[in-house]
Every structure is written in C-alpha cells, then in structure tokens.
Design a protein around this ligand. Structure first.
Ligand code: ASP
Length: 329
C-alpha cells in the first residue's frame, strides 16, 4: 500500500517537473547522445581541421562525442540546406565559413536562408589564406606570378572548392586584381584541390593557412603571399600579397556555428558554452596559433555576435558579387 502510494507521488512529481520545463526548452540532461557537427567541405581540409580540433575538445566538455560529418557539394550550400532541415533538437550543428554570407548572392536557387533558417551559436576562429602554386611553376614570387599569369592566362588552372567557397572568392579577387580570366577547376574542398596541386594537375590555389602552413614550411609548394594586411606570426617570412603588388588584397576566413531554427535555447547555450571553453583552452589556442588561426574576441563568441557579423558580411559581399556577374542557377 505504502509502496504504491510512494510510486504515485514520485510519478506525480515527475509529471509536474515535465510541465515546469517551458515548451522548446530541453531537459536538463542534454546531451544524452552524440552530437553531429556538419562540415560543408572535404575531410582533411582547412574547415575540417578547425571542426575536428574543436569537436575533440568539446567532446570532453560535453561528456558526449561531437562527431564531424562531411556533407560536401555545391560550394558548401548542400550542408547548409541539410542542417536547415535537420531536427531542431540540439543534436545537429553546422560549422561554416564566409560562404554562408556569399552564397545568397552566388546562388539563384538556395535551399536555405542564412538569416531566417538557423539559430546562431558562436563564431570561433579567423584564418588567413595563402596563395600557393605547384612547386615546378617557374614563377617563384608574386611579381613573377603576375607576369607569368598575364602571359599564360589561357594555360593556367586555378583550383577552388566550388562556387561559394572562400578559395573561389579569393580566386575571383585575384583575377580581378590581375585583370585576367583563368580556367577554374572546382573540387569538393581544398583538401583534394591541394592534392591535385601537389600532383601537378592544377597550377595555383588560394587556401587557408590551417592546411597550407605545413606544405609551405616543407617547401613542397611555391608561396606567393598571405592574404592579410600584415605578415602573420605562423609564417613570419611570408610576404603579404599587398607587398607583392596586389593593392589592399585582404581575405580572412571566419567561422560560424549554427543550429536548425527552433533548436531549444538551453541546448544552444550548453553547446555554445562548450565552444567558448575550447576557445579559452591553452592547448586549443596554441594548436590554432601554429596553423595561423586566431581566436575571435569574446564579443563574437555569442549568438548575437555571429548574427550581426553574418548580416554585415551579406551586406558587404552581396553587391560586390552581383556586380561581378558571377552566379549559379
Ligand atoms: N578552403 C575551402 C574553401 O575554399 C574549404 C575547405 O575545403 O575547407 O572554402
């Protein structure tokens, strides 16, 4: 009798506890299973390297594995559409870069709207790019490359990770700066693009330092410059592209973390706080610094910091891309 009464009382308490959780707010135990972090480009590439380093650190904080899944295609927009339509339960997130802000101007048909289909978690790291070439290309510095490209424009292959990738954006700015129209070769990420360059199948590539630093240091590629205004600590001897004659050439790759619209705020907060823990972990910071990446300031490590930044980037790049007349149907 007593036992039955106690059972009734405890199930009543449990029901009241469920009612006390506002609709949309997840129960306290989150996460109770592994979480998927979707990467829009090929495994082993620069976005993937940032995602996997972050995921390993976050798995320790959250007590559940953050599994990286590469959903490649259409310059990163395939992954955006996939996450926009995923269950908004706190178990699927997206890490994406500048492509989130350039895609709306580049794609006439988009499977998602970056400003209305997501919840925002945080920004993470900023990464410079480098312009590199295959080792046996006769041009050994930016001045020589400018002359070589202008004289051989028809023969030069410029690799990228598809329309909407930063390698595409950087390549577009390079062609504008040199006044040339090169043959572009798209890949599913800059990991396969770099492999093609190392194998001599393509000539030049713009790519993040997170992937290129080791090859530059090993001397297996030609380095033409970094895309920052100042030289960077990870590659102190590397000139900027501006030093090489490309006036005001600047491309910085920023990263945002997103969740499907409607994901419970409590889960966003828990996942976001694990991101912030990683961004303050000395081992994570040191690893990123070795690869040329910098942790964003605290003001960008918030949902609002990401949302306002994304909107400003859409406002900045939309008109530039539209006036260049580049788009996909
Ligand atoms: N670096 C690539 C880009 O150009 C993306 C990647 O493969 O991570 O956008």
């Amino acid at each position: 009798m007593k036992a039955r009464k106690m059972k009734f009382v405890s199930s009543l308490i449990a029901s009241l506890a469920i009612l006390a959780v506002p609709f949309g707010a997840s129960a306290q135990g989150y996460p109770t299973k592994s979480i998927t972090l979707v990467v829009p480009f090929a495994a082993g590439g620069p976005t993937d390297i940032v995602a996997r380093t972050l995921a390993a650190n976050m798995s320790r904080t959250l007590g559940q594995t953050v599994v990286v899944e590469n959903k490649v295609g259409a310059g990163g927009t395939l992954a955006g559409g996939y996450v926009a339509k995923a269950a908004p339960d706190g178990y699927t997130f997206l890490i994406h870069h500048n492509g989130m802000s350039t895609a709306p101007a580049l794609y006439r048909k988009m499977a998602f709207n970056p400003m209305t289909d997501f919840e925002y978690v945080s920004q993470a790291v900023d990464v410079p790019m480098t312009l590199i070439g295959r080792k046996d290309l006769p041009a050994k510095n930016m001045q020589e490359l400018s002359a070589y490209v202008k004289a051989n424009a028809k023969k030069i292959n410029l690799a990228n990770a598809g329309l909407g990738a930063v390698s595409h954006l950087c390549g577009m700015l390079l062609q504008q700066a040199l006044g040339v129209d090169l043959t572009t070769v798209p890949f599913s990420g800059t990991a396969p693009a770099l492999n093609a360059l190392l194998g001599g199948q393509v000539d030049i590539l713009c790519d993040q330092t997170t992937q290129t630093t080791q090859h530059i240091k090993a001397g297996t590629v030609n380095l033409y410059g970094v895309t920052t205004k100042q030289r960077i600590r990870a590659l102190p001897d590397a000139p900027t592209l501006t030093e090489g004659g490309l006036k005001d050439f600047e491309v910085i790759v920023w990263h945002g973390i997103y969740a499907p619209k409607g994901t419970p705020a409590a889960n966003i907060e828990k996942f976001g706080s694990a991101v912030r823990t990683a961004l303050k972990d000395p081992a994570f910071v040191a690893r990123m610094a070795d690869l040329g990446a910098e942790i964003v300031p605290d003001s960008k490590q918030t949902p609002e910091g990401l949302r306002t930044w994304l909107q400003s980037e859409i406002n900045k790049w939309g008109p530039v891309i539209k006036s260049a007349g580049v788009y996909a149907d």
